[in-house]
Design a binder for this molecule. Structure first.
Ligand code: 5GP
Ligand code: MG
Ligand code: MG
Length: 180
């Protein structure tokens, strides 16, 4: 897998440090609130697991699966709910944990849906933010790293369901997706 990576953007150590930093911020903000922390499958699974364990406060965890990509490197725009949470978020403080905010469409879909269900507050913690990709108004409140407008993989992020298990975040060699 390493051979398919053009350059490493964030090492395992840098990712760990970011998780500790964000975990402490969430801990301070949600002390005594018992938030519902919702991880967005599958990209945010490792980040979710590291973030919640870096946060020493009571919290409920849940997962949601939405899809917009259909395997390529460009977001298709129309987001659909694949697997829902089982928690009733009405009147609850919610933290969405995402892998990356690119166009912002997935996030907007989730924010609208959870607001519609009566969440008391909703904040977003995203490992990566790609501001150059934004087409709709949606932003993360807690951000690990800002990334350039390149297709990144690793630590949960995939290309065609591969590379999620890389322990670091890197830029995929363009020939990997242009040859396919
Ligand atoms: P959106 O465009 O809706 O903000 O991003 C939705 C999803 O597209 C993200 O949660 C992520 O799964 C995927 N995505 C966006 N940019 C990248 C990227 O650079 N690499 C990978 N692997 N996935 C991305
Ligand atoms: Mg995602
Ligand atoms: Mg994907």
């Amino acid at each position: 897998m390493d051979n398919d990576i053009l350059k490493v953007l964030y090492s395992q150590d840098e990712i760990n440090e970011a998780c500790q930093r964000l975990g402490k911020q969430i801990q301070t903000a949600y002390q005594d609130k018992f938030p519902v922390v919702i991880g967005v499958l599958k990209g945010a699974t490792f980040f979710m697991s590291d973030i919640v364990r870096a946060t020493d406060t009571y919290m409920q965890i849940d997962f949601i699966d939405v899809s917009s990509y259909h395997g390529g490197t460009q977001s298709s725009g129309d987001v659909e709910l694949v697997t829902d949470i089982t928690t009733d978020v009405s009147g609850r403080d919610v933290v969405i944990v995402e892998d990356i905010v690119d166009t912002g469409q997935t996030l907007k879909f989730l924010l609208d849906m959870l607001k519609g269900r009566g969440a008391k507050s909703i904040k977003v913690c995203s490992l990566l933010d790609k501001p150059a990709g934004r087409t709709v108004d949606a932003h993360a409140d807690y951000i690990g790293f800002e990334v350039p407008n390149e297709f990144v993989v690793g630590y949960g992020l995939d290309y065609d369901e591969k590379y999620r298990n890389l322990p670091y975040i890197g830029v995929l060699k363009p020939e990997i997706y242009t040859n396919n």
